[in-house]
Design a protein around this ligand. Sequence first.
Ligand SMILES: Cc1ncc(COP(=O)(O)O)c(C=O)c1O
Length: 382
Amino acid sequence: MKQIPMLDLKLEYEYMKSDIDAALRTCLDHQKWILGPEVKELEDKIAAYLGVKHCIGASSGTEALVMSLRALAIKLKDREFFDEADEIITTPFTFTATGDAILRAGATPVFIDIDPETYNIDARKIREYLASSQKGKVVGILPVHLYGLSCDMNEIMQLAQEFNLFIVEDVAQAFGGSWKGRKLGSIGNAGAFSFFPSKNLGGFGDGGIMSTNDDLVAEIIRMLLKHGGKDKYNVDHVGYNGRLDTLQAAVVLAKFKYIDEFNERRGKVAGHYNSSLKGINGLTLPKSLPDANHAWHQYTVRISNGSRDEVQKQLKDKGISTMIYYPYPLHKMKVFGNGRSKTFGNLVNAELASASVFSLPVEPLQSAEDTAYVVEYVKELS
Ligand SMILES: Cc1ncc(COP(=O)(O)O)c(C=O)c1O
């Protein structure tokens, strides 16, 4: 029987093997494992690609989020961490790391519901919350471009200006995506990307990168990732060992050459699903926005009748993998309980999404035949 995985990293490696092998061999020859030349080369290339002044490699997307927030606390508050009275608005429908980074930066996450069609935070509800909350309590917004689709960055940047807030974009799932022609991660005060292997631009392990146009934020981040100082034997801040590994930088550099091609390939698979699966009763397809260039990290559908477990099982029986991103909204998790987070109103759209979405395979190198096979069996479910 056919097997259609969510992603086929072996196939991708075969496709880029000569580039990746050469990059690894160069590292073996130079033996500069900590902040080797590949890290700077990758930072410069990604900064040029995004159109930002600075990119700074990080040990993971999670650490990239934490260090971006910490740098803003140091710059704006002149304190090492935010404190519990400082609120940062984010979505409850994301990977744990988004909310966790806010806690680790010392602030309180405020979860605001999502738009039921895009699955991204609902900017109108952010406005409602800001209008009703005491001035100065909210310090920033952490929008997540979920599944590769941009949030409504016009409205979010407008709110930032009106209410004097910082914006840190969580771009973990949206490398190469854009909003009105601007690359995601270049719009807010800072952006945090992940090179987790399954991401659109992934390494062979953990890694990430931060982007910013702010010279001071960049300077602080560079200190934070090296234990907190310009001189690591005499430090200024509570820092991390948060550097991007040379080997990961080398792999990501080799793969970076293919990012636009691979995002286009993802778009083709998604386009095929869009046209072939439309009109199926009880199946809602993902929405695109005219202002957004979707990076199609995931192709996520929702079912409105029947059991999701049963649907996943039926597809699995045909060799088709599916995944649920994410089965639990953050406000339902213990880690965000005990007063460690706040919610605004009810979060029904996030809860409904957690209970009804699942993602279909979008491997950039997936053949048209395999995409048609997925379509055939998804259609059969109805
Ligand atoms: C939305 C989101 N934020 C943050 C992260 C954290 O990235 P990492 O796994 O590289 O720490 C991920 C991915 O894992 C993610 O999907």
